[in-house]
Structures are given as structure tokens and as C-alpha cells.
Design a binder for this molecule. Sequence first.
Ligand code: PLP
Length: 380
Amino acid sequence: MPEILIPFNKPYATGAEFAYMQQAVANSHLSGDGPFTKRCHTFLQESLGVPKALLTTSCTHALEMSALLLDIQPGDEVICPSFTFVTSIGAFTLRGAKPVFADIRPDTLNIDESKLEAHITPRTKAIVVVHYAGVACEMDAIMAIAAKHGVPVVEDNAHALFSRYKGRFTGTFGAMATQSFHETKNFTCGEGGALLLNDPALFERAEIIREKGTNRSRFFRGQVDKYTWVDLGSSYLPSELLAAYLWAQFEAADDIQRRRKTIWDRYHAHVPEWAAQHGVQLMSLPDDREQSYHMYWMLLPSLAARTTLIAYLRELGIYAPFHYLPLHLSDMGRKFGGVEGDCPVTENVSDRLIRLPLYNAMTEDEQMRVIAALFAFEGW
Ligand SMILES: *Cc1c(COP(=O)(O)O)cnc(C)c1O
């Protein structure tokens, strides 16, 4: 195999990260919830308009906190798309929930709102939606169904920080939402995440769950005179060193999003004609939405075409991977009763999807090599 010249993703640094980490060391506060963590909380709250944001050690951990906040018990059902990352639902099965996999729309690859209501039963305790590739789900329809049945919505917003639906930021619709700052996301500190809370009734318990089930946060604010074990919980807060790294990226948020938009727009300026000629479906954005420029995906005509294209690009040193395998057909999904045919769109799309390289520091020259390689592909 030739070496990879153009990776799918490259972790990005603005240049300010180490200076802020040094400041964190100088502050003599390396554990969680120091000044950099607080800056990150305020940034998320103010830029999105969410009443409370809490940094976590990962998006997975923010999802685990969601499951604890919703008191998920063995036998409860949680609905989520089959086409998503494992932990969108794994965090709930960890509490004993039974996953109920819903199919996706063939255009946005988001949960199909028209099939959602059929999955709701008296045991449904949550609906997890994923704004795939940073394009928002059909939130009007989803929130109406959720309200009608009194089921809370959790938004897995890992791809979609700064995406909007009808002008409103994703992550502000559900009772709660989760972010990821894993190195593959738009903003990173290596491994990290956040829980966004839109329901004030959840604030106090979220702080307790995040602090090992103790009321330590209230103690530090002087609201109680001793701190003790009061609830379920774990250690979900990241160190200040990670928050300092992340803060450098948040400060550069406009620049990072501008870079990604430039790259996404350049793909979308060059690829559509070629795609139409070869029966390739491109990612698209409904008119009432704004995206986060997280990803550029394409659906090829067949699994065989995709396999050949991935191998062809890899020979040229370009890494363009596929994405999620249907969760209902995974080993775990099958244990919960998943079988072929449960989610036909997911099964079909999962075989044909490819993602093009897209990272903050990608140069025009690198990107034009990817585009030229696509145009020269004759493996149809
Ligand atoms: C990346 C990702 C996660 C997990 O994020 P971590 O921070 O690695 O736990 C969850 N859901 C989606 C949709 C993701 O893309």
C-alpha cells in the first residue's frame, strides 16, 4: 500500500493550545471545572443560547449522563436511528434499555420522522436523534410526536455544533443534547464532549451525576455546608488541560468554520456534474437549514463501485472511508432482535456511502488532487 498522502482527517491546532495549557498549569488547577472549563461553558451557552452547558470527558459520557438523568431502567425502550455511532444508543443500553432502531430518510440520512410514531410504546423513555453530517433532522415533526407522547428527546449533536434548523441552533430543541470534541470532530481536545441542558429541572442533578453522585458543585458555591454522596453518578468532568486546549479552538471558532465551509463549498462546486453523470447521489441541504460543514458524503451506485473507488483512491494515497454499519445488524443489535429488512434504507445506504477527506488545514492543492482523482476514476 502506498503511504497516505491525503488523510480523511487531520487533528487541528490553532497554535494557541500549548500557551493555554501552560496557563492552566500556572493556575495550579489541573482537575476539572477551573477557569478554562468555565470559559468553555460560557462560550457554548452564549453562542448557542442554551441555558446550561457542561464539559464532559466524551460525547459518549454525555450520553451516559443523559441516560442517568432520564432514569433509564432495565426494560425501558429508547428509539434511535440504526445509522449512527454505537454510543448514541450504547449509553442507554448500559442502563438496561432495549434499543428500538428506526430507519432513516434517503435524502438527509437522518431518522425518518414519518416512521417514528409507529415505534412508540408505553415503555418508550427517550428518542435519540442524530443530526447526521451536521444537517438537522426534521425537528418540527419530531418534537410534535415527542410532545404528543410525553417522551423526551436527546439530540446527539456530535456532528452538528453550529448547525441550524429554521434559524435555531441544533442542540437547543431536545431536553438535552450532546457534543463531541474527539479529534475527528470540527473542534477537538483529543477526547472530550459536552452535555447541553435545555430543561432547568435537570441542571442540579446533572452537576451531581457529573461529580460522582455528590453535591460537590453546590458545596463549592456555598449552597450546602458539607458535600456527600446523594445520587448515582460517575466522574464525567475533563481536566483543565483539556479544557485549555479546547478553549483555543473555541476562540478560533469563526476561522475553523470558515475553513471548513471553504472546503465543503469547493467540493460542491466541482463534484455535482461528475456525480450526475455517474449516478452518484450527493449530500444536500434542505433550504430551511444551515449546516456545520462537518462532512462531505456521497452515495455510489453500488457496494461494488464503492469498494473499487475506495481501493483506487487508496492506491493514490487518498483515504476516503465508508461510515456506519447498521446497528440493528451488529452482534449486539441482533441480540436485541435486529434482523435484515428492519431498516431497509439504512441497510442500502450503509453499503454505498463514502466520505471525502475534509479537515481544517486541508489545502486547496490537496483537495484538487482528491477531485482530480475522482474525475479520472474509470472503475464503474
Ligand atoms: C463521535 C460521535 C460520538 C461519540 O463521541 P465521543 O466523544 O468519541 O464519545 C457519538 N455520536 C456521534 C454521532 C458521533 O459522531
